[in-house]
Every structure is written in structure tokens, then in C-alpha cells.
Design a protein around this ligand. Sequence first.
Ligand code: CA
Length: 124
Amino acid sequence: MIGLVLAGVSASSIVLGATGPASADQWGIGNCDPSVYKFCFYEKSNYSGSSVGISWGDAANHYYRVSKWGFMNNNISSVKNNTNYSWCLYDRGDLKGEILKVSPFHQLSGLGSADNKTESFGIC
Ligand SMILES: [Ca+2]
């Protein structure tokens, strides 16, 4: 019975399910578990509202356009950095116009003048 089920799954779909883009980021990540996510951002201050986490498995891409996540563009209001390097937030979608640097292992419950302005972010 198990053999019949596995026979229906192609090798390519197995690979995508394990390491593909679908696992790189996740909505609704709560407290941003550092064992799962390296960087998380939230729609509202104090880590509330809609949220997205970038998983550790997403090692190939250190630059992100927030428009990838629709309404989160220009709408990020708090962040958590679980890595030992800095991440920068930019007010343009092409890593231009740095508005805030998030130090290693820092969490920002509010972004001050950078509130609702981030269009891209990445390691910096
Ligand atoms: Ca917001």
C-alpha cells in the first residue's frame, strides 16, 4: 500500500516539498521561534498583526522585496532579528534608501520614523 502511494509522487515534487521556495518564508509566525526563523517582521507594533518569518532554510537569498508579501509593503511596524549579523530596512524596493539598521539579535517593537516605510530589506 505504501509503495503504491509513493509511486504516484514524482521525484521533483519530493525535492520541492523539502527545500523549495514554499518553505522559505511563512505567514503567521507568532513569536518568531529562533530555531525556525532568522528574521521576522510584523504589520503592527509590538510584534502584532499579520506576520512573516524568513526561515533558516532560505540561505540562498539575503535580499527581499516586501511587495512579495502584498499589503505588507510599506506596512512593517516591528521586526525581530535572530541572526548574529545586521539587517537593514530600505524605503525603496531595490535596497536603496536605508532607513533603519537592525543589530544582531535585536528586536524592535516599533520602528519610529521608519514605521510603515519598508519596501525592501536584507543583510547589511
Ligand atoms: Ca504597519
